[in-house]
Design a binder for this molecule. Structure first.
Ligand code: ADP
Ligand code: MG
Length: 155
């Protein structure tokens, strides 16, 4: 189990932290993003997209639940489950995003993952919280993660 805590003084630091993740994380990584409204979850995903080499602008899929970006190093599946009703979850077949059967494996980044009606075994938990005028990010690996994850502090 990996664990780390970093202070992100501004939005640029959040984006750069995401960029590092996007450059290094292997296909099949699931990132569960926790944190209050405005904590920086979408900003982090924007950095991840940039690290993957995706040029599209990333907006939170609050109403669509899922956005797929297929033009980077590996696919990015960005989920925002804020508006997910528990009974909708099954019909969405979310597991197809990480079982690699119907879709190419990529990075699955999930905002409001606490709305998932089931628990996952292997994932990276990233919690963002307000801290002074910036944010604090805590990263924890759970279960077996694909590949070794080395994250340097954002510079
Ligand atoms: N480390 C940070 N310090 C200060 N502001 C930040 C930081 N990271 C992101 N922000 C800002 O917080 C606001 C909300 O970010 P957003 O990514 O939309 O949050 P969320 O998706 O968690 O609701 C944005 O204006 C963003 O620029
Ligand atoms: Mg958001």
């Amino acid at each position: 189990m990996t664990e780390m805590k970093i202070f992100l003084p501004d939005a640029e630091a959040t984006r750069k932290f995401g960029l590092t993740l996007g450059r290094s994380l292997p296909a099949g990584t699931i990132i569960l993003l926790a944190g209050d409204l405005g904590a920086g979850k979408t900003t982090l995903v924007q950095g991840i997209a940039e690290g993957l080499g995706i040029q599209d602008s990333i907006e939170s899929p609050t109403f669509t639940l899922i956005n797929e970006y297929l033009t980077g190093r590996i696919p990015l599946y960005h989920l925002d489950l804020y508006r997910l009703e528990p009974e909708e979850a099954e019909a969405l077949h979310l597991e197809s995003y990480w079982d690699g059967l119907e879709m190419d494996l990529g990075i699955v980044a999930i905002e409001w993952a606490e709305k998932l009606p089931y628990t996952l075994e292997n994932y990276l938990q990233i919690c963002l919280s307000y801290c002074d005028n910036g944010r604090q990010v805590e990263v924890r690996g759970n279960g077996e993660l694909k590949g070794k994850i080395t994250i340097a502090s954002p510079s």
